[in-house]
Structure formats: structure tokens, C-alpha cells
Design a protein around this ligand. Structure first.
Ligand SMILES: *[C@@H]1O[C@H](CO)[C@@H](O)[C@H](O)[C@H]1NC(C)=O
Ligand SMILES: *[C@@H]1O[C@H](CO)[C@@H](O)[C@H](O)[C@H]1NC(C)=O
Length: 307
């Protein structure tokens, strides 16, 4: 279908092929394709993936393949939004909310009642999008101390969206050396208590009923959410800002976005990491023929329907 649409502009296409941009896209695509296909073939198919691929059940499935990158075939059967919190608690926390009996005795004395610091966490983009999308499920990729997640929970509550759940995918390790600036986040035998401080912030703000940590790397966390059929109306990306991280997060995030959902993220304009965020966002938009809008420091891609 996309091919046909392109035909009338064949001559433009030829001109385009001679440009620098085309060359850069070609190089990146070649790299990405090699990377993903190598990964694909090195990994023995996990039983779960095999089951998904070979199952011929007739229930509605959420096919979110991005075939040009061969990331995977599709996600698990669509989970109704009201089951998402329960499912995450069952699958990740063995049926018990992580907030039960929190904080544990060994950690309580190291935590501050509320220790919140974020970057761009109070931008108008959050309110603009939550008002417009009225999300039932939000996934945040890159949470740190929870500033923007808590802000979003506050907004959903004020806007009367009582049911909204926010899943925070983060390994809660910060980054190597982050304690140079956050000495008050304790380190106990080499284990930084970032997730506990995040949870403490959530509890102190009164949002433990609507925010859950998904304490894994963005790669493995998003892979599992996809496999469990979790989809979000709104996905915010604010994890690694280098091109490879941002690119992987965007392409994984889009698979758990419900059709027509909105993807957005921080630091479109930052020069950090060689403008990795902006290059990843622009390349993703260009390949998928989507439009990037900006709202403050954030980028927004609306109404994504790639499946
Ligand atoms: C999960 O919880 C059940 C009790 O609800 C317990 O018997 C079981 O050992 C737990 N499993 C793990 C892996 O912790
Ligand atoms: C929620 O938002 C209101 C209004 O902006 C603010 O006064 C309040 O401190 C916020 N609460 C939390 C827990 O962030």
C-alpha cells in the first residue's frame, strides 16, 4: 500500500536518493537490520514466543509487529485495562503489592519522607495530553525518583480519571555515578535504594493505588508487558538519551501502544548525547510517515496506528 502511494513521486524519490539524508537513513537501516537479525537468530525462541506464534486461538490478538525491523511477530492477547494492575502485581510481585508493609525494616531508616527531583516533570505537555487522551493506562519509560509519574497521577485524579494506572518501567539503578549529585539516595552494600525512595515518594504523595514500578531494564520490561498483552493509551519515554537507547525504547514502546495512542518524550531539544533523542524520534517518524510535534521540551507523536 505504501509502495503504491509512493509511485507517482518516483522522480522525487530518485532525487531524494541522492541526498545526504537518504544516505544516512540507508546506513542506519542497514545497521539496525543487521543488529536485529543477528539478535533474532542468536536467540533460541523462548517457549512463550513459540506458543504465541504457533497458537491458533481465535481470541482477538493485538498484532503489533514492525516488520521492517523484525523485532518480533506480535504481542500477547489484549488484556482488558481493568486487569492490568492485577496482572503486573501477580506476574512481577507474586501476587502481593510492593507497597504492602512498605518500607521494609532494613531500608526505612535510609529513606527520606519525600525526595523528588526531576527534569521537565511539570511541563504543560502532561496536562495537555492527559486532558485530550483521557488515558486509562499510562506507561512511563524512565522514572528515576518519580517526579513526572506523581505529577501525572495528580493530574489524572484532578481531572476525574480515577481508574488510571501508571506503570513505571525503570531499572531504578540511576546511572553510573549518579550519586555524585544524589548522595542522599542511600547505597547499601552496593545496592542503591532508588526504587524504595521512588516508592516512598509515591506513598507520601498518596498515589500508591495508581502507580506501580516495573523494576527492570526498559528492554526486558517492555518485552514482558508486550507478551502479557498490556497496552497503554499514553507512553512517555524519558530513559537513555543516546541514540541507541532512545531508538530501542521508541520501537519497543510503540508495540504496547493501543491503536491511536500517543507517544511522547522528554528532551527533544537537548544537545546531550549528540542529539540522540531527536535523531531517534525523527528517524522513527520519517520511516513510519508520522508527524513529530513539540510541546515545550517534549516531542509528541499522535494517533499512531502502525499495526
Ligand atoms: C509466591 O507466593 C506464594 C504464596 O502466595 C508462595 O507460596 C510462593 O512460594 C511464592 N513464590 C515465590 C517464587 O516467591
Ligand atoms: C497536586 O497538584 C496540586 C495543584 O497543582 C498541588 O498543589 C499539589 O501539591 C499536588 N500534589 C502532589 C502530591 O503532587
Amino acid at each position: 500500500m505504501r509502495e503504491e502511494r509512493r509511485l507517482p513521486h518516483k522522480r522525487d524519490g530518485l532525487q531524494f536518493l541522492k541526498t545526504k539524508t537518504a544516505y544516512v537513513i540507508f546506513v542506519v537501516l542497514t545497521y539496525a537490520f543487521g543488529y536485529f537479525s543477528a539478535y533474532y537468530y542468536l536467540q533460541p525462541p523462548s517457549p512463550a514466543t513459540t506458543a504465541l506464534r504457533t497458537s491458533d486461538d481465535t481470541t482477538k490478538t493485538h498484532d503489533c509487529s514492525i516488520d521492517n525491523f523484525r523485532i518480533t511477530t506480535r504481542c500477547g492477547d489484549l488484556l482488558p485495562p481493568e486487569l492490568i494492575r492485577r496482572t503486573v502485581i501477580d506476574r512481577i510481585f507474586n501476587g502481593t503489592s510492593p507497597y504492602t508493609d512498605f518500607p521494609p525494616p532494613h531500608a526505612g531508616k535510609f529513606l527520606r519522607r519525600k525526595r523528588i527531583k526531576g527534569w521537565g516533570s511539570y511541563g504543560l505537555v502532561f496536562e495537555n495530553l492527559i486532558r485530550r487522551v483521557k488515558p486509562r493506562t499510562i506507561v512511563e519509560i524512565g522514572t528515576f525518583l518519580g517526579a513526572s509519574a506523581i505529577h501525572m497521577a495528580n493530574l489524572t485524579r484532578r481531572l476525574g480519571l480515577e481508574e488510571t494506572q501508571i506503570l513505571c518501567v525503570d531499572d531504578f539503578r540511576g546511572w553510573p555515578g549518579f550519586r555524585d549529585r544524589f548522595k542522599d539516595v542511600a547505597l547499601v552494600n552496593g545496592d542503591v535504594l532508588l526504587m524504595y525512595q521512588f516508592m516512598q515518594n509515591v506513598v507520601s504523595s498518596g498515589f500508591s493505588g495508581s502507580i506501580l514500578p516495573v523494576p527492570f531494564s526498559t528492554g526486558s520490561g517492555l518485552e514482558k508487558l508486550c507478551e502479557w498483552g498490556v497496552t497503554a493509551d499514553l507512553v512517555e519515554i524519558d530513559a537513555g538519551h543516546d541514540f541507541n537507547s532512545a531508538w530501542a525504547d521508541i520501537n519497543r514502546a510503540v508495540r504496547i501502544l493501543r491503536p491511536g495512542g500517543v507517544l511522547f518524550g522528554h528532551d527533544y531539544f537537548t544537545a546531550a548525547d549528540n542529539r540522540g533523542v531527536r535523531r531517534a524520534v525523527n528517524l522513527f517518524a520519517e520511516i513510519n510517515r508520522l508527524k513529530v510535534k513539540t510541546d515545550g521540551q517534549h516531542w509528541v507523536i499522535d494517533s499512531i496506528n502502525l499495526i
